[in-house]
Design a protein. Sequence first.
Length: 123
Amino acid sequence: MKNKQQGMTLIGWIGVIVIILVLALAAIRLVPVYLQYFRVADVIRDVPLQMQNENNGVTPQKIRLYIDKRFDVEAITVITSKDVKIERKSESFIVTADYSHEVPYMVNVNFLVDFVTSSEVRR
């Protein structure tokens, strides 16, 4: 009489389910953070296109005003237009959004995610 065992034990299944739940919780916590970053990156990427249509010249104040309006429309709360760095180069401005976002995971464990995006605006 052959006793042929196949498959996983109950403890094996519990282990797999726990790992899947831990990863699912991480995804649930991190997906909104990345979606917000994609909105921030879209705003920063659109600055040169918007400033192209500016008739009176491009200034840091106009750039910041545009970013502030877009952040308001896009409901971006993790960063403000004051946190965006506008650096003057010889023929352009470099607009950089560099920020960190901390997300609670479970108990006393948090995720700290750093984001950087930039674009160049010709004067």
